[in-house]
Design a protein around this ligand. Structure first.
Ligand code: MG
Length: 224
């Protein structure tokens, strides 16, 4: 007889856990010229992929590791993220952060806020003096939308009840695969256009409220 179904909750970082888009502000602050804006326009107009855009923008930054980490310590995060962690622990739900930002940045923000970081899947950074070298261990050769293909992580959770929380373009593919989705901003607009049910949220307090009301996150998903 099979045991109870397990649940996994995937959560985006920028503008979902963090207040605002951390990577955008890093690029804006530490790019030595305004060239990054042209690359941003090229990406927006589909002339270059997300991967190429990030390679150019992040590879062009001029900042050393300590200065960058000092900068990201100022990032505010949603105080209710710890309640998401508490809900996950209390219900035996696996919690994973999936991000198109960079692992060293996310880990520093969690550390600074005194949060024991859940498993983080993100792009990678190395530093050589004031040069930054990005790498993308989770890119998909078959899709140009994201530098980190967040949907690849679902393969390890076959048979799980899957929950997804996010806000942006890199959240579309995993959200379309999830059993239940919490969405805002451009992700919400895309899911609405696709007819994929989701629950709209403003902050993580809303997500915790819905999850707690639905025991294991199974309450009826609604368009809003
Ligand atoms: Mg985001």
């Amino acid at each position: 007889m099979p045991g109870p179904e397990k649940t996994v909750l995937f959560i985006d970082f920028d503008n979902t856990i963090s207040r605002g888009d951390v990577l955008d502000s890093v690029i804006e602050t530490f790019s030595p010229t305004a060239q990054w804006e042209q690359w941003q326009d090229d990406w927006r107009e589909n002339r270059i992929s997300t991967l190429d855009c990030l390679r150019l923008q992040v590879g062009g930054l001029e900042v050393d590791q300590e200065t960058l980490l000092d900068f990201v310590r100022r990032v505010a995060i949603d105080p209710d993220f710890v309640r998401v962690q508490q809900w996950a622990a209390a219900t035996g739900t696996e919690l994973l952060v999936v991000s198109d930002n960079f692992d060293v940045i996310l880990r520093e923000i969690f550390r600074h806020h005194g949060i024991v970081a859940p498993p983080v899947f993100a792009n990678a950074l190395q530093f050589e003096d004031r040069k930054v070298i990005p790498s993308f261990p989770y890119r998909s050769p078959s899709c140009a939308r994201c530098a980190h293909c967040k949907a690849v992580h679902f393969a390890r959770y076959s048979g799980y009840h899957t929950l997804y929380v996010g806000d942006g373009l890199s959240d579309i593919c995993p959200a379309m695969r999830a059993d239940r989705v919490f969405a805002k901003d451009s992700l919400a607009a895309h899911l609405l256009a696709q007819g994929k049910p989701f629950t709209r949220f403003g902050s993580l307090g809303d997500v915790v409220g819905h999850l707690s009301a639905g025991a294991r996150g199974r309450s009826l998903a609604v368009h809003s």
